[in-house]
Design a protein around this ligand. Structure first.
Ligand SMILES: C[S@@+](CC[C@H](N)C(=O)[O-])C[C@H]1O[C@@H](n2cnc3c(N)ncnc32)[C@H](O)[C@@H]1O
Length: 227
């Protein structure tokens, strides 16, 4: 098993109980707006058959449900995150699986839509995961990825980096009790921003079209790829 996969699973299992609170607190609730905005951009029809990967405790799936989609499945690497999803929303019972994005237990062309919010950065093999997404999507199906990025404006970037690297890890550590999770967050975002071109990977994996939108000065990106 890859080292990153083990580490990520352990980390999310450890912070699961505090994840929702910290997420909303540290982003001052803006994370709700980002999920909603990503859905407005991608326009998922109510009759979609949707898989939310890296679903965690279910906040993106809940927003998708609120937007009118009924048939939602969830997949995540962390058992503890999935357990909390089950407690929060019983409509997902029987429709959530503990699995990795890089090897999905679904037959070809099962879903019309795939969504991933703040998950891709944690994958241990993004091209392999996108290859799987392509396989399980119906022709014309869409993947919507919501992920952090770093602002390009140098002043905003400096302020944000200070908050992200100096303030957030301290608050995260005190509240979650986990020494490393909230240091991992800014470090993984920085590395991801430097090294990973999501549009390029989607195109290499044969997706027909890919669009990218930046939100809130480029703090997050929404990438929509169509098969
Ligand atoms: C930051 S949380 C995001 C949860 C949720 N999507 C949200 O918007 O709040 C990231 C999730 O990705 C999951 N994850 C990380 N690597 C994964 C992988 N390779 N396959 C599936 N899930 C993964 C973690 O277990 C965690 O629940």
């Amino acid at each position: 098993m890859s080292e990153k996969k083990q580490q990520v699973r352990k980390m999310f299992d450890a912070i699961a109980g505090k994840y929702d609170f910290l997420n909303h607190f540290l982003s001052a609730g803006v994370d709700f707006y980002w999920r909603k905005k990503a859905l407005n951009l991608t326009k998922i029809p109510p009759d979609a058959v949707l898989l939310d990967i890296a679903c965690g405790t279910g906040d993106f799936a809940a927003a998708i449900r609120k937007a009118g989609v009924q048939d939602i499945f969830g997949a995540d690497l962390s058992f503890q995150m999935l357990q909390l999803f089950g407690k929060k929303a019983n409509w997902i019972r029987g429709k959530r699986v503990q699995t990795i994005a890089e090897s999905l237990p679904y037959i070809d062309e099962t879903f019309s839509n795939i969504t991933v919010a703040f998950g891709v950065r944690n994958f241990y093999d993004i091209p392999l995961a996108f290859h799987e997404f392509y396989r399980i999507l119906k022709p014309g199906g869409k993947v919507t990825v919501l992920e952090f990025s770093l602002p390009t404006n140098p002043v905003i970037r400096a302020v944000y980096t200070f908050y992200f690297k100096k303030v957030l890890p301290v608050i995260g550590r005190i509240i979650s009790g986990d020494e490393s999770a909230y240091t991992y967050l800014p470090n993984s975002v920085e590395e991801f921003d430097k090294k990973v071109d999501l549009q390029g990977i989607f195109l290499k994996e044969k997706f027909a079209s890919v669009k990218k939108n930046l939100l809130t000065f480029g703090l997050v990106q929404v990438v929509i790829a169509q098969k």
